[in-house]
Write a protein that binds this ligand. Structure first.
Ligand code: SF4
Length: 350
């Protein structure tokens, strides 16, 4: 704790008085943003978010498109979707965050880690947390040659986490361990010389640090597809909700999986969105590459001009038409934005 008091980084979600209880809403937002994302990236997102949605009630009233826009760039959009669902549930119940693990974990998107963080950092309860930083530290401290993937393995890690949290100022232990993992016990080149836990660290004593934690095999999935920029005669662009799982129900341009190198004309799969008889022209605008979560995407962009106005086509509920000039402001995913950039580039070249 002495090490943490001296070395705690100033963060927008951290109070200058480290021993003060925090706003559970701010803990929830920051910890959810920090999942899979670096602190340096989250700082600005968090400040911007809290300015626009300073309370759970304000967030509960926002619409999904705007929430996605404030999340844009953090990836894993299911987190933003769940944040909004949970905000609505909490606001409906009076705006107070639950104070038990069971109630918190029953809310969309709140798992064992986030529930522990809220209870520990906001309410100062003796509740454990376990994130990637703590996993790395525990693996090295106790020479755990496995990751918390199976039930038993996970329980071993949580047991250690509970031991650290079960102390009069357990919340400080939790936060100090997260900070230590981020700044000292880093994945590459841990700074053992300045580590307050070095005397207790088994892998340091045994000179076996590179063995812990064991590496996890990450498999990337290739996805090749086609995205359509369907434009009507009244200057509107067709947008859909749903599509590939990696876009998780967001508003996006119509897209589908297809073989590499799209053939000339309108692909058969495009007829799920446009009727071939309504098509005036199809222009190949090139392709773009993009990574979303584990997906390595390569996508062809086709500009499909219709002979008709947006009003002349009967549309399914999940379709909408966006004014072309404003389309880039209305999509909250880089996938659709990159396709629009391709379209603009190809128009410049024409
Ligand atoms: S001594 Fe090194 S490996 Fe062990 S906890 Fe400290 S920084 Fe991590």
């Amino acid at each position: 704790m002495a090490w943490f008091k001296k070395n705690a980084t100033e963060l927008p979600w951290r109070l200058s008085d480290l021993q003060k209880e925090r706003d559970p809403y701010a803990v929830w937002i920051s910890e959810t943003m920090l999942q899979q994302t670096q602190v340096s990236t989250v700082r600005d997102y968090f400040v911007r978010w809290m300015k626009r949605f300073p309370t759970v009630e304000k967030l509960a009233k926002a619409d999904e498109t705007e929430v996605f826009r404030y999340w844009q760039g953090l990836g894993y959009y299911s987190r933003a979707k769940n944040i909004l669902r949970t905000a609505k549930l909490i606001a409906e119940a009076g705006g107070k965050f639950p104070e038990t693990r069971k109630e918190l974990e029953a809310l969309p998107g709140i798992g064992a880690y986030t529930a522990g963080a809220i209870l520990s950092l906001a309410y100062h309860k003796r509740e454990a947390i376990l994130d990637g930083n703590l996993v790395r530290i525990f693996s090295r401290l106790y020479e755990l040659a496995f990751l918390p993937i199976g039930k038993n393995e996970s329980e071993t890690y949580w047991d250690y986490a509970r031991k650290w949290a079960d102390a009069p100022k357990g919340y400080m232990h939790n936060e100090a361990l997260m900070e230590l993992g981020r700044t000292v016990c880093k994945a590459k080149n841990p700074q053992c010389g300045g580590c307050p836990l070095a005397v207790a660290c088994q892998s340091f004593k045994d000179g076996r640090i590179p063995e812990f934690p064991p590496t996890k095999k990450r498999t990337q999935k290739d996805w090749h597809g086609t995205v359509l920029v369907v434009e009507s005669t009244d200057g509107k662009i067709l947008a859909v909700r749903g599509g590939q799982a990696f876009l998780e129900g967001q508003l996006s341009l119509p897209h589908f999986e297809s073989a590499r190198m799209s053939t000339a004309g309108l692909p058969a799969k495009a007829e799920a969105y446009v009727n071939a008889d309504d098509v005036e022209s199809v222009t190949d605008c090139g392709s773009f590459r993009h990574n979303i979560t584990v997906h390595k995407i390569e996508c062809d962009v086709l500009h499909v001009r219709l002979k008709k106005s947006s009003k002349s086509r009967k549309l399914a509920d999940t379709y909408s038409w966006l004014p072309k000039a404003k389309a880039s402001e209305m999509f909250a995913n880089s996938f659709s934005l990159k396709a629009l950039e391709r379209l603009a580039d190809s128009a410049d070249k024409a």
